[in-house]
Design a protein around this ligand. Structure first.
Ligand code: KG4
Ligand code: ZN
Length: 351
């Protein structure tokens, strides 16, 4: 089975061709990072317009690189939730047009399910088969941060064990980088600065670090950095900035790693996965691998191309749905929220 996947939920226009075993035949990602860089975050209207400009060429390139035409494709999978609705609409409408014109079935995919199956993508024939089910997965990106128990690779068998109550972890990296004048996206910039810093020279507290639950919070630590910058009148030396980055990175990656490993231990699974753009962070990779090894767990970290937003994960999640007999009507709509049930309530107030 060959599936064309299309992704446009945020600031990447992507298309890919993947087979029913997860083998990636092509994977094209057009990033809008430079378009949004001056604003320090994604501007929804600009994102939609850029998707519209690029969706056609990106799909064409994915088919060309895979060496196939629409005749060879068995179905079209598209991210239809969660995300920016105006951005999602571009991919959804393109997928409908392509599927209708070629007479192929259409399936909608929840972007988060895509991230959770990405660990099974094979980018070379010799790749390892992937984790044993059930597994526990930390998904940490610019838009989402949650820990899931995955019993099977469909939305009905995925349970949220805990999520952030406010900002996503990647969002915190981006906002702190902006406060420190390091540019966008913040994750890689903070990681580079942190490498030259000394975490012990700046005390930052990661909220809910020891709360005993798998819920998280990252807006408080961003505020601590803002207060620190204000207290110094906005004048931080380059070495101060490096120290703040090191302390911030250690606090955030430490919480993420401890929570996902504790969750895996409580759920009595043997396999742990980390994914999403923040999983590109070397400190998070090292910390999760070390804590997992100490508890006898197998930690899986997909290659970065499978962690960040891509359409190969959408194509594979779609292939699994198609193989199970799922089909969506051409009335498929874009929705801002995930279909996965949430256990964590967002926002302030008593629980
Ligand atoms: O998954 P992704 O590419 O897009 C979505 O947000 O869905 O994740 C992007 C996020 C950004 O917030 C970025 O700052 C963060 O991942 N990120 C990192 C690193 N690389 C990217 N965070 C920490 N360390 C990194 N090396
Ligand atoms: Zn994502």
């Amino acid at each position: 089975m060959l599936v064309l996947g299309i992704e446009s939920s945020c600031d990447e226009t992507a298309a890919a061709v993947v087979d029913g075993t997860g083998l990636v035949r092509s994977d094209v990602v057009h990033s809008q990072v430079r378009l949004h860089a001056d604003y320090g975050g994604v501007v929804p209207e600009l994102a939609s317009r850029d998707h519209l400009r690029n969706i056609g060429p990106v799909v064409r390139e994915a088919l060309d690189r895979a060496g196939v035409s629409m005749n060879d494709i068995d179905g079209v999978a598209v991210t239809h939730r969660p995300g920016l609705v105006g951005a999602l609409l571009v991919g959804v409408q393109a997928a409908k047009g392509i599927a209708w014109a070629a007479g192929k079935p259409l399936v909608g995919v929840d972007h988060l399910v895509g991230h959770l199956v990405a660990v099974y993508l094979r980018r070379g024939e010799s790749d390892a088969p992937g984790p044993a089910l059930p597994f526990v997965c930390l998904l940490a990106s610019g838009g989402h941060t949650a820990i899931y128990r995955v019993d099977a690779l469909d939305a009905d068998h995925i349970a949220e064990l805990g999520a952030t109550r406010d900002d996503a972890a990647g969002e915190a990296f981006d906002k702190v980088a902006k406060l420190l004048g390091l540019g966008y996206p913040g994750g890689p910039a903070i990681e580079r600065a942190a490498a030259a810093g000394d975490a012990s020279r700046v005390a930052l507290v990661a909220p809910m670090a020891r709360s005993g639950s798998f819920e998280m919070s990252f807006s408080g630590i961003k505020t601590q950095v803002a207060q620190l910058v204000r207290a110094r009148g906005g004048l931080l030396s380059a070495s101060d900035v490096n120290d703040v980055c090191a302390s911030f990175q250690a606090a955030v990656t430490g919480v993420l790693a401890r929570k996902v490993i504790d969750a895996a231990a409580r759920e009595r699974v043997t396999d742990v996965v980390i994914g999403g753009g923040v999983a590109a962070n070397t400190e998070l990779r090292r910390c999760t691998t070390d804590l997992g090894a100490a508890r006898g767990l197998r930690v899986w970290i997909p290659p970065i191309a499978s962690c960040t937003d891509n359409a190969a994960m959408i194509a594979y999640a779609g292939a699994l749905r198609l193989a199970a007999g799922a089909r969506d009507p051409f009335g498929l709509v874009a929705e801002s929220r995930t279909s996965l049930e949430r256990s964590t309530r967002k926002g302030r107030g008593k629980r």
